[in-house]
Design a protein around this ligand. Structure first.
Ligand SMILES: C[S@@+](CC[C@H](N)C(=O)[O-])C[C@H]1O[C@@H](n2cnc3c(N)ncnc32)[C@H](O)[C@@H]1O
Length: 230
């Protein structure tokens, strides 16, 4: 009798873990790895990775200064539910996820190019940050509207002429107090026809979005904080 009960308990445990694992595999699901490495040991690992690769980012990645801006934004505002549109090989994702490892958050990041996606996944693992990152190989035009959210930090760094569409798709899932952060929105780039101009014009027209521009970023970073639902 006792052993039959034990078998039943064992079976129940297996079924429960299977349900938990399958629930964790849909869009917006939590990463499966444990997050036990956060702390000084992780800091050393990430810093060593960044130092070793400081001159090696060649795939349209943000410069280190912009990575630091993203890191500070997440940490200072204690953001925990982050989305990145345009992973490339993972430089900005590493800065964002490093901050999230301290706030107890996680990052969903989307890339359409298979080669860059695979390199990013390898980089996330080497930096020790893969437990905080859910990397998706997908067309963000389709995935972003399909993600459940909510998000309190969105970093937009993919196809510039689609920024406004990404913003419109994400806005209902952005928490009040959350930020939509866009890269390559400097006046010079907007004038040069980079395509982010209609996004900037749109976000500036919304009274419930408070937008500031980071002058310390050469490419231009806009930070649009949602102050109310509408
Ligand atoms: C400027 S790079 C991103 C750099 C990255 N944020 C970093 O700093 O490491 C833009 C990336 O967006 C990707 N991209 C462009 N259109 C996309 C789409 N529709 N869906 C997903 N990714 C896309 C490109 O393949 C490219 O790797």
């Amino acid at each position: 009798m006792k052993s039959r009960n034990m078998t039943a308990i064992g079976l129940a445990a297996v079924v429960a873990s299977a349900v938990l694992l399958s629930a964790a595999s849909g869009p917006g699901a939590a990463p499966r790895q444990t997050r036990s490495a956060a702390g000084p040991e992780l800091d050393r690992k990430v810093q060593a990775f960044l130092d070793a690769n400081a001159r090696g980012w060649r795939d349209m990645n943000v410069p280190e200064a912009d990575g630091r801006i993203l890191y500070d934004l997440v940490l200072e505002n204690k953001y925990t539910r982050a989305l990145e549109i345009g992973t490339s090989t993972g430089h900005s994702g590493i800065w964002i996820a490093w901050a999230l490892s301290k706030t107890g958050g996680r990052l969903v990041t989307v890339e359409i190019d298979g080669g860059r996606y695979r390199e990013a996944v390898a980089n996330f693992r080497e930096a020790g940050l893969d437990p905080w990152i859910d990397a998706r190989l997908a067309d963000a035009h389709e995935l972003v509207p399909a993600l459940a959210g909510p998000f309190d930090f969105v970093f937009c760094d993919a196809d510039k002429d689609w920024y406004k569409n990404y913003f419109v798709a994400v806005l209902p899932k952005l928490t009040v107090g959350g930020a939509f952060v866009a890269h390559n929105v400097s006046r010079r780039m907007r004038r040069g026809g980079w395509g982010s101009g209609d996004f900037v014009e749109h976000v500036l027209s919304l009274p419930f979005m408070e937008t500031t521009f980071r002058e310390d970023s050469w490419s231009g970073i806009s930070v649009s904080v949602k102050r109310a639902d509408k």
